[in-house]
Design a protein around this ligand. Structure first.
Ligand code: ZN
Length: 383
């Protein structure tokens, strides 16, 4: 059996932390951010991680100290999910049963202020391109709000593994998106909403439990990949629907997988290439709300530095890039700094994009994740 270790953070070296700007008043930090973004001449690339989505009620894997915020959390690994065996089938039952209950809060999550600010940088052409490690679709929802205001068509990002042209405000989901699923046999894609409905139709008892959770607000703890923790639940009776296209062709046992990169899974080549391409096209990198613990994101920072490009991080907690030569970091919450910067921008600039940004600066919604000791004991899980 192959052992795969979840990446751990090295001890923080911390010599590059802009300690003054980490504790300076927000306007001072915002001015420094402004000088950085001006130097980027409209080609700054933003890279984000789980820290950006915490205010939308989506829990980060890692807390401030770089440790897993829930030490008991054991993610399902790629090799387990796709294993063609009875054991693999059990993993898939467990994954989809938990995900069936865990997905609705992620599906219904709203962009928070920081998502709106980052979308504003995109809309204003200050940092048009974005790479996110998040699979929650929230950057896309935020940008859609602004683009609806601007009445311009959106550029669709490619699904994992598929190279497609990126729009003028590209969003590359490095680890995929929960909004779609595909089958491993034929690559047939469908929306997660459609597959969610199929899961519910096959599992009426779980459907009833999901409805009760929504009505009572008794929600189990949700991890950022839409997986929930259900102590003591029995998944053996859960039925995972097959790919409808494959079964229509009388090909059975097709494995349906969400369009997200699992632990132990390599990035699709198309996504990896697109991520390096965006770094090459960028003049510099703004890194927000991430510990850069995954190598797929960390290597982009290394690539940018090798190309002689500036990297500014605004993030709380230790990061894998703290020891990378030339990376500068404000060790603080990014939202207020971005907001103070944008307040200046909308005061001094004009145009349709500025009007749209001004109108939506307050459109973000903050919702804290449920406390660790939430009410899950009171939820009745199906047998
Ligand atoms: Zn299929």
């Amino acid at each position: 059996m192959v052992r795969i270790s979840i990446p751990n953070l090295p001890p923080s070296a911390g010599p590059r932390i802009l300690s003054g700007l980490s504790v300076a008043p927000v306007p001072e930090a915002a001015a420094a951010l402004g000088a950085f973004l001006d130097a980027g001449r409209g080609r700054t690339l933003t890279i984000t991680g789980a820290g950006v989505s915490v205010d939308s009620g989506i829990r980060a894997y890692r807390g401030k100290e770089g440790a897993y915020s829930n030490p008991n959390y054991k993610p399902i690994f790629y090799g387990e999910l796709v294993e063609d065996s009875a054991r693999g089938e059990m993993f898939r039952k467990r994954y989809w049963a938990r995900s069936f209950l865990g997905y609705p809060p992620v599906r219904d999550a709203l962009p928070n202020p920081t998502h709106m600010y980052i979308a504003s940088l995109q809309a204003l052409g200050i940092a048009p391109a974005l790479i996110t490690q998040n699979v929650d679709n929230l950057h896309r929802k935020a940008l859609a709000l602004l683009e609806a205001r601007l009445r311009t068509p959106t550029g669709d990002a490619p699904p994992p593994g598929h190279a497609a042209p990126l729009g003028p405000r590209p969003i590359l989901e490095l680890h995929g998106t929960l909004a779609r699923v595909h089958c491993l046999r034929g690559g047939h894609e469908q929306t997660r909403d459609a597959f969610q409905a199929a899961l519910g139709a096959e599992n009426p008892a779980w459907e009833a439990a999901a409805r009760e959770m929504e009505e009572t607000g008794n929600k189990p703890r949700t991890n950022p990949d839409g997986d929930v923790e259900l102590p003591g639940a029995d998944y053996t009776t859960f039925r995972v629907p097959e790919c409808a296209v494959c079964s229509g062709q009388r090909k059975h046992n097709s494995i349906v997988k969400p369009n997200v990169v699992f632990f132990g899974e390599t990035l699709p080549e198309g996504v990896k290439d697109a991520s390096f391409h965006l770094v090459e096209q960028a003049s510099q990198l703004l890194v927000v709300g991430t510990s850069l613990a995954t190598y797929s994101a960390f290597r982009l920072i290394k690539a940018a530095r090798e190309q002689g490009k500036s990297v500014l991080m605004i993030s709380q907690g230790p990061s894998r890039a703290d020891a990378v030569d030339g990376v500068e970091k404000m060790e603080r919450k990014a939202g207020p700094v971005l907001r103070a910067y944008l307040d200046e921008v909308v005061k001094t600039r004009t145009g349709a994009e500025v009007d749209a940004v001004r109108a939506l600066l307050d459109a973000g919604v903050t919702r804290r994740p449920p406390d660790v000791e939430d009410s899950r004991e009171h939820v009745q899980y199906p047998p």
